[in-house]
Design a protein around this ligand. Sequence first.
Ligand SMILES: Cc1cc2nc3c(=O)[nH]c(=O)nc-3n(C[C@H](O)[C@H](O)[C@H](O)COP(=O)(O)OP(=O)(O)OC[C@H]3O[C@@H](n4cnc5c(N)ncnc54)[C@H](O)[C@@H]3O)c2cc1C
Length: 472
Amino acid sequence: MVTILGGGISGLAAAHYAVKFGIRAPKAISLVEAAPEVGGWIKSTIRPDNTLYEHGPRTIRPKGEQGAATLQLVEELGLSKKVKPIRYGHPATVNRLIYVNKQLYKLPSSLSSIFLKIKPFDKPLFLAALRDLSTPKKSCVDESIYDFVARRFGKDIAEYAISPLICGICAGDAKEVSVKFLMKSLFEAEQSHGSVLKGMVAAMFRKEEKPPSMSTLVEVAREQKWNVWSLEGGLQLLPKTMAANLKDDGVTIHLNSPCKSVSFEHGRITVKTNKDEIVSDHLISGLPAWQLAPLLSSQHPELSHLLSCIPFVTVGVVNLKFPRNVLREPAFGFLVPPSQKMPILGIVYDSCCFPTAGDCTVLTVMMGGRFLNEHFGKNLLPQTALHTAIKHAKDILGISVDPCDYNISISEKCIPQYVVGHDERRKKIYDYIKKHKLPISLVGSSYEGVGVNDVIMSSLKAVKRLSATLRS
Ligand SMILES: Cc1cc2nc3c(=O)[nH]c(=O)nc-3n(C[C@H](O)[C@H](O)[C@H](O)COP(=O)(O)OP(=O)(O)OC[C@H]3O[C@@H](n4cnc5c(N)ncnc54)[C@H](O)[C@@H]3O)c2cc1C
């Protein structure tokens, strides 16, 4: 018996792989979800005229081992025909902007552009590369991404390229987020080769052959040079289809069932929800660390404390629809460096990525994250979020009309922050579980990576490890 906590994408993926790797007998897998539906932060709203608003993730990258695993999952679920790719070369893949000193600037996207002085950068980017080659190595255990990049490539790059990127990835502050964790390859390149560029060149020569893909969809994505993809009808189709397939495979899904307690006794786990008591041999938690922590506090206070130390931030997401095309130039959207002291993190031009009917414009304005308190105090109210979104979208993009529709979601404590030291904290958590022989696997965004791909990969790896243990 395996119990899975949380019906977000990590918990669902864990159940999918558990079925796939044969960890089942009738009624052997139970999934417990607090909400009335599965999906966690993956949520899509579709208006009667087919306008789509994503509350959480909107696009997924196909690249790398993680990207391939997600595409293979999509294929296994029979969703290949629903995939909407954006290929390299599309304006949304080339035009990525930042907003600095009240102006939008295009980030360099071609090799030739690194030799030009492109505002708001002070110097051509190749000079930053030369700086990396001549800067001595600093041995350290971890450092913030901002400090690392400022030291090796210059403050300009840290300020205008990296800080907004971290806002885009995790709504976080580059001055706090760990380089060792979020940009591990760059950190290791300096530590082992003395320079990021030297390390990257060495890695290019070391590059192993791509293993043959087991998935047609992965091959198609490679051939057609997909940059990102989404699903027709919105990304929520992914968790919904997973839940339907899991039910067909005999997995019991308990909705509206918040887990109230978890106890370990004689190698067995008892999970109590508001309705049921489920006893199993193994627990897979897909809960965010801060929500798992209180469930373990009475039996394992040390583990509970380590989990509760992973910080999370709240993000306001406002989707705005305008009745016609209001954008001067198509792009993916823009990000705002925190140094600009503006209340928004950035705006995604959804209708440039995936056009809407009637030539309307759909934008998503993100705000808050690590900077929520600074701009909004303790609470971000929906009406404040809407007002902020409309004001800044209209001011920055020079839009003269009002939106004809909107959708507001305030996602409380939704994105973990991998602050300096995250790697060590993660190791302490895993060591505790190993030392106390707890039959529990931790999956989800709190540990190994924040994107949908990372989360699915964390479940795949956890279930592979579990299946190997059960076989041995
Ligand atoms: C605004 C936003 C935009 C994003 N954009 C992107 C993007 O464009 N691309 C990308 O790749 N990623 C993106 N992400 C990240 C991605 O969406 C998440 O990392 C991922 O969805 C996390 O999945 P999860 O299963 O780990 O956690 P969650 O989605 O948090 O799922 C956890 C589940 O556990 C349930 N739960 C909590 N407590 C209990 C309890 N006591 N008992 C039972 N159930 C419980 C919750 O209801 C929830 O359903 C974005 C995230 C956000 C918030």
